[in-house]
Each structure stands twice: as C-alpha cells, then as structure tokens.
Design a protein around this ligand. Structure first.
Ligand SMILES: Nc1nc2c(c(=O)[nH]1)N[C@H]1C(S)=C(S)[C@@H](COP(=O)(O)OP(=O)(O)OC[C@H]3O[C@@H](n4cnc5c(=O)[nH]c(N)nc54)[C@H](O)[C@@H]3O)O[C@H]1N2
Ligand SMILES: Nc1nc2c(c(=O)[nH]1)N[C@H]1C(S)=C(S)[C@@H](COP(=O)(O)OP(=O)(O)OC[C@H]3O[C@@H](n4cnc5c(=O)[nH]c(N)nc54)[C@H](O)[C@@H]3O)O[C@H]1N2
Ligand code: SF4
Ligand SMILES: [Mo]
Length: 752
C-alpha cells in the first residue's frame, strides 16, 4: 500500500517541506506541500510535482567507474575505487602539498551533508581551496556585506514589506522567499503596498509590478547611483537613524553630491521623473525590502551594484526592523563570516571571498605551468563543465589535473571528463539537511530521512568520505572504540568526552564528522546515522545563541540545550524552528565597533567616480546582441532534472527576442538560429515576444545536457549548453563573478 512520507523539495534553495506518495518500484506517485513545515506551510510550486524525473532520472549511474588509458571507463569495485583514490590523494599531498587539491561543490540545492563530510577529507589532506556556485553569484554581495557589516550575508522580509524591490530578480519564477507567489499576490492586491522590478525584460514579476524599471541591459549601476544621488541631493536620508546606526556618511555624501541625475538616467534608459518618483516612494515608505539576484550579480559592475543597493536601504533606515533587511542566524553559515580579505589564489591572484575562489578563476589555476597550480580536483554534487563559464576550458582543466574524482547520481558532462566517477545515493535515498536557513526572526531547519532504498551498489557521500578518510589513515581506531564504549555504558557523558577529545587534538577535530558518524551514528534511528555531525553543529549553535534556541521552545542549559536541539531536529520529519529572535537582533550581528554599519567602502569609490564616463555597451558590429544566458522559467531547474521529459512546455528552451529583432533577422517563432559568441556556437529555437527589448535576447538555464554513457542509446542534446558560449575572462574585476547575463553574441538564421 502506498503511503505519504515527509521530505523536502530539492529543486531550489527554499527546500519547501513536501510529502511524497510512494508508488511501486521506488517511484514517486504524487507530491504535495507539507502543511507541518514551519516555513513553507504547505506551499509548493509546479516544479515539485515532477520529482519522479529526479528519483528515476536519466543517466543514473550505479557502479564506480575508472578511466582507462584509451579514455573509456571500466567498472570497478568500491574497495578498488577507495584504495586507488586514497593512494593517489596521499601521493599528491606528498609530492605537491595538500593545498593542490581543489574542491568543487559540496551540496547543490539542499544536500549539504556532503559539504560537512567532505570537510573531513579536505582538512585531513590539508586542502584549502574550494569553490561552488555561490562563487559565481553571491560573492560580490558577500564582499560588500563583509565591508559594511562584517557579516556573511543578509536577506529581506518581503512578507511584511510595504515596498518590495527586485533588482535583476524574477521571484515569480525563481522564488527565493517562502510562499513567494502567495506573498507577491498579496502585495499586488494591497493598494498600500508596491512591487518594483528592475529588469530589461518584462518578466512575470514585472507584469505584477507598480514600477517596472526597464533599464538597458547591464546599466543598473547608473540607475542605482542616480537614486543614491537623489536621496543625498534632496537630503531625503534618515539622519537620525544613520547617526545611531552608521558611520562615515559624509564620505559617501561627497561621492554623490555632484552626480548628474538626468545624465545617469539617460545612461540606463530610464525616465528621470520616474526615477525621482520611485526614490520618493522609498523615502516615504514605512518599510522597504530589496532583493538583488542574478540579473545584476552576473552582470557588469556587479559588486558596485551590490554596494549601491545597500546604500539605498541604509540611507533610508531600512534595516533591522519588520519588513526590511536582516542578518539571519545561520546554524551553519554558507560563507565564512569574518574572513581574511587578503586571501588570494596562488596562480592568478584572485580574491578569495567567504572562503571560495571565484568559479571563473578555476581554469586559470589549472591551465598553466605555474608551479603552484592545482593538481587534483574533487567534485561533489556539481556539474562545473556544464555550469561554470567556459565549458571548453573547464573540460581541459579536468583532463589536465593528475587526478579528478566526481561524485554524482548521474553521468554528467563533468563525470565524462573525470578519472574516477563515484555513484551516490540520491537525496531521497539518504538522510539530508539543508543549510539554506535564511528565515528570520524565526529560523527553521529540517532533517530528512531516506524515503527509498538506494540501489545496492551505490554509497552515500558520508560513507564515501568516511571510507576514504579511514583508508588514508586519518581515523584513529582507539578513539572510536573509546567513544563507543562510553555510548554503551554512559551515553550521557558522550558529548563531554567527544568535545574534550576534539578540542585537545587538532587532527581529530578535522575529521570530527567521520568520528561522530562511526560512534554517535550507531545510536540514531536506522537510515539517520549520517546525520550525527549535526549534533556538533547544534551544540555549537546552542552554546553561542542560547536565548534564541530557548525562545524557539527548546529546553535545557549548556550542553543539554544543544543536545536537546539535536534531538528535536532528528526527531521531527517536517522541520522545526530552531531560533527565535526579535527584529533588532540583526544589529547584534554587525560585527563592527558599536554594531554600526560602515557606509563608506574606499575600494569602490573610484568605481563610483568612473560611472561619470558613461555606460558603453559591449555589443559590436561582430556581436550586435546582448544575450542573457540563464533565465529561470517555469520549466527549468538547474541541472537537477537531466531528462527533458520533465517539462510540460518550452522543451527546447527557446531563445526569446523582440519582434523588431526577429523581423530584421527574418525569423519566426519556432525558427532556428545559431547563437555565436567569441567562444562558441549553439543552435537555438526562437520565440518572439514583446517582453524583450530590441538588441537583448534571453536563453533559459537547465538545458543542453548530453549523455553518451549508454552507447546503445543515441546521443541527444536538447536545448542550449549556455557555457559553450561564455568566456571565463568576462567577470567582475573584484569578486570574479561572471557576466552570464551580458554575453555579446551574433545570431544567424538557419535555413531548413
Ligand atoms: N524555475 C527555476 N527557479 C529557480 C532556479 C531554476 O533553475 N529554475 N534556480 C535557482 C537558482 S540556483 C538561483 S541562483 C535563482 C536565480 O533567480 P533569478 O536571479 O531571479 O533568475 P534569473 O532568471 O537568472 O535572473 C533574473 C532576471 O534578471 C534579468 N536580467 C537580465 N539582465 C539584466 C540586467 O542587465 N539588469 C537587470 N536588472 N536584470 C537583468 C532577467 O531578465 C531575469 O528576469 O533561481 C532559483 N530558482
Ligand atoms: N551561463 C550560466 N551558467 C550558470 C547559471 C546561469 O544563470 N547562466 N547559473 C549558475 C547558478 S546560479 C547555479 S546555482 C549553478 C548550478 O550548477 P551546479 O552547481 O553545477 O548545480 P547543478 O547543475 O544543479 O548540478 C548538480 C549536480 O548534482 C547532481 N546531484 C543531484 N543529487 C545529488 C546527490 O544527492 N549527490 C550527488 N553527489 N550529486 C547529486 C546532479 O545530478 C547534478 O549533476 O549554475 C550556474 N551556471
Ligand atoms: S519553490 Fe518550488 S522548486 Fe523551490 S523548493 Fe519550493 S517547491 Fe521546490
Ligand atoms: Mo544559483
């Protein structure tokens, strides 16, 4: 008989609580929202109903594979795979140093236990460089947060905001905050609330908006600088609030005092009167929430835009109160908070932000003869050959290193280039947690139990990393025995003993996740063993935030509070609230003198000044169009669904263009064009729409996958592999984030 089981959707960072009706042969028969999830409360979007295409997806791999001399793959046993890889990793450590192993990935949209376990492998080997998708979207913004707040990242409270501003963000499709569509509809209906969208394209969210600021592609910096200038020149800033909470307004004032608002509005293609009106709306509103996303973060001037955006909300006092910006209380931060801003990569000297090297710098660190180049790659749950800029360079990098290992559930474009491919249990076949805990003032977390049995021949990432650490000799058996003995005889002493051991021995601390798995794990319910490192995370969180945990309803003091938090997390399938605070708790997390926000970032002053030189387009006679490469649509989900059949429409992922451009190219909807950039050519199907500005074209993410593992099947590729078109050198000068939304291209019609 089929039954409903609680888990989470793994398609985007929200990880909505869902219930799955299990069908025969490990299939997902139905999906519904889980009303008991404290944040999503039963919400789910159209994409989740298709999750069987993940559970029983295309290209699944079930045997470890090793590349042979002729480039093909041979099947090997797990014992051979672990022994081989352990030996090669130790060899690389000895020959070049552990810091020559570059780690990529570690948890996509919610399988973050992998990152916890891989930290054991990484730390034990001495690997220090890592990256993942965060370093191609959020690191510019994270750097700005570090400068102004000395905090890793912030969010905003749209549920309660009077005005919601979306910069290069299309939440109707991409979501981002819980119950997105419900909240957007509430905002739209309420005459006292406003939606504002900055987007060159008339997106679905722009359709609902009160102000659609249709900037010219890549010119947001001028629009936002004009708004900061209006606030300053009209003296519409909140002086009282700023005196209390910020520093160095005067220096900021000087930068904007002489900016010509009308000139800047012309540069970005907006009506000056509308920009002034909107700025006044922001000034007068009781609360304003801002969200900047890929449209600006993967675009020109991205770090500067992040700064200008934050200036608008700090100058108007929109922080630390209901309906405005906040700093969430992460149980485990996604980026290191107070990092060393002097850290750079060894070869290309790229800035390392929040602990991550820019995705766009990875190939620079490998495709070189520099003695400090990276010699090995370990990739968990990520498909960088497909998802990082410049597929060709990424492919070459995979082949150039002396060892590359990929763990995935599917034979991906990245796996195809690896030396070893390790097949893993998928997210419904193992316990998991997500560290995308962005909610505030009540923050939530959900521990997921497996719903299906994994194929017998695959392992989970926790098991893979644990076996590897054991094979490399990093796990002391006597400590495991001693801890297990305590668990058998006096379990209440376990936390104390574990902490004493880990604190007393640096090497032990490095592999703590594996130690906890092999000890505490035994005492957890079947299937949940690998959750055990969360106990240490819960202990640490409870010790540093006791009141927030108690206010969330967890009882106890000291170690007991942390243990109870862990028990509550492990014992509930629909997630719990782990932290409850007041709105002004955000101020506490500004780790600067007096908890004050630094308004002035000297490193960006020159950037602001150079805006006066105007916004030159990067289109040219050779490449006259600007391609936005990676639009989120109702049927795109990164690379999580590889099988195109999950889509109910837009199968090929159309290239959207304006009627004017279509006419001059002589192409109709459904017609084919070659999209040609400085790096490559991809064929696309056209969709004509008046949502696009002339000269601006848009392709979706989540397409263009190829598979040729099963040689009996025909090689198929549907849709555009975007990063065949992108150049890893096109990136922000400071954060190294890519300009995926600003790719100069030429279009050539293909005659049938
Ligand atoms: N359906 C769906 N949802 C998803 C995902 C998915 O694959 N599919 N992926 C998830 C992930 S990983 C992420 S990071 C988020 C991303 O979420 P979003 O950032 O919202 O998604 P995008 O569609 O990439 O970009 C947003 C908008 O930027 C606009 N844009 C392009 N150029 C410019 C410009 O010059 N200026 C401005 N202001 N805007 C511009 C685009 O037209 C687009 O509407 O979505 C998440 N949600
Ligand atoms: N041109 C362009 N490029 C982009 C973007 C864009 O807009 N334009 N968007 C960027 C953004 S915002 C993001 S977030 C990235 C996403 O790119 P990636 O971070 O590479 O993530 P995915 O494409 O989702 O790939 C996740 C991989 O994890 C595998 N997987 C699924 N479940 C498991 C599991 O349980 N264990 C393991 N080991 N593997 C699993 C999937 O099969 C898939 O291969 O793409 C980026 N690339
Ligand atoms: S918003 Fe949609 S895709 Fe994102 S987690 Fe929720 S159901 Fe899944
Ligand atoms: Mo992303």
């Amino acid at each position: 008989m089929s039954e409903w089981k609680s888990t989470a959707c793994i398609l985007c960072e929200l990880n909505c609580g869902i219930e799955i009706k299990v069908g025969e042969n490990n299939t997902i028969e139905k999906v519904r929202g889980d009303k008991n999830h404290p944040a999503s409360k039963g919400y789910l979007c159209n994409k989740a109903s298709r999750l069987n295409h993940y559970q029983n997806g295309r290209d699944r791999i079930t045997t470890p594979l090793r590349r042979t001399n002729d480039g093909s793959f041979e099947k090997i046993s797990w014992d051979t795979a672990i022994a081989d890889i352990a030996e090669k990793l130790l060899e690389i450590k000895q020959k070049y140093g552990g810091d020559k192993l570059l780690y990529i990935g570690g948890g996509g949209q919610g399988n973050h236990l992998t990152g916890v376990y891989s930290s054991a492998t990484r730390k034990a080997l001495g690997a220090v460089y890592q990256t993942n998708a965060i370093a191609q979207e959020k690191t510019g913004e994270a750097w700005v947060f570090s400068q102004m707040f000395n905090a890793p990242m912030g969010r905003a409270d749209f549920e309660n905001a009077q005005v919601g501003i979306f910069l290069g963000k299309n939440p109707w499709q991409s979501h981002g905050f819980h119950q997105t569509r419900v909240i957007l509809k509430q905002m739209q209906k309420d005459p006292n609330r406003k939606i504002v969208v900055f987007d060159p394209r008339r997106s679905e969210t722009a359709d609902m908006s009160d102000y659609h600021m249709a900037v010219k592609p890549g010119t947001d910096a001028w629009a936002l600088a004009a708004m900061v200038a209006i606030l300053i020149q009209e003296d519409w800033v909140d002086h009282e609030w700023m005196t209390q909470h910020t520093e160095n307004y005067q220096q900021v004032r000087n930068l904007f005092a002489d900016i010509s608002v009308s000139e800047y509005c012309q540069q970005c293609g907006l009506e000056e009167s509308t920009v002034r009106e909107l700025t006044q709306v922001i000034k007068d509103a009781g609360s304003v929430a801002f969200w900047e996303d890929l449209g600006v973060q993967m675009n020109r001037n991205s770090t500067l835009v992040s700064y200008l955006n934050k200036l608008i909300w700090t100058l108007t006092g929109n922080f630390g109160k209901k309906g405005t910006q906040y700093l969430p209380s992460f149980i485990q931060p996604l980026l290191s908070a107070r990092y060393d801003d002097s850290r750079r990569t060894p070869v290309s000297n790229a800035r390392i932000i929040g602990g991550y090297i820019p995705c766009n710098s990875v190939t620079d660190e490998i495709l070189t003869d520099h003695p400090d180049r990276q010699r090995a790659l370990w990739i968990d749950c990520s498909n960088p050959v497909h998802s990082f800029a410049d597929t060709q360079r990424m492919q070459q990098s995979m082949r150039r290193v002396e060892l590359s290992v990929v763990t995935d559930i599917a034979m991906t474009e990245t796996a195809m280039q690896a030396d070893y491919v390790l097949p893993t249990a998928n997210q419904f076949e193992k316990p998991e947690v997500s560290f995308f805990n962005f909610d505030f003032p009540h923050n939530v977390m959900q521990v997921r139990a497996p719903i299906f049995d994994a194929p017998e021949t695959v392992l989970s990432e926790p098991e893979i990393h644990s076996r590897l650490c054991e094979a490399m000799g990093f796990i002391p058996e006597d400590v495991i025995d001693e801890l297990n003995a305590v668990l058998d005889e006096k379990p209440e002493d376990f936390s104390k003993l574990f902490l004493a051991k880990a604190m007393g021995d640096k090497n032990l601390m490095k592999v703590a996740p594996v130690i906890l798995y092999r000890t505490l794990g035994r005492t957890l319910d079947k299937g949940l063993e690998a959750i055990s490192p969360l106990s240490a995370i819960a202990l640490k969180y409870a010790m540093s935030n006791p009141q927030a945990v108690k206010d969330a309803g967890i009882e106890g003091a000291g170690l007991q509070l942390g243990e109870n938090l862990f028990k509550a997390l492990v014992g509930t399938r629909s997630g719990i609230e782990y932290s409850s605070e007041d709105y002004d708790a955000s101020f506490k997390r500004i780790k600067r003198p007096g908890n004050k926000i630094e308004l002035f970032i000297p490193e960006l002053a020159g950037e602001i000044e150079s805006l006066s030189k105007g916004s030159k387009t990067l289109s040219s006679d050779e490449f006259p169009f600007i391609l936005s490469a990676g639009e989120r649509r109702d049927y795109t989900a990164n690379g999580i669904y590889r099988d195109n059949n999950w889509k109910k429409k837009d199968l090929s992922g159309a290239l959207r263009m304006s009627p004017v451009d279509a006419e001059s190219l002589g192409v109709e909807t459904g017609g084919a064009v070659n999209v040609i950039s400085s790096r490559g050519t991809q064929e696309a199907v056209v969709e004509i729409t008046d949502r696009m500005q002339p000269g601006h074209v848009s392709l979706p993410n989540g397409g263009g996958f190829t598979n040729n593992l099963n040689t009996d099947k025909k090689l198929e590729k549907i849709g555009v592999a975007l990063n065949m078109l992108t150049d890893s050198d096109s990136r922000d000068y400071l954060a190294g984030t890519p300009w995926h939304k600003y790719v100069p291209v030429r279009l050539e019609t293909i005659q049938e």
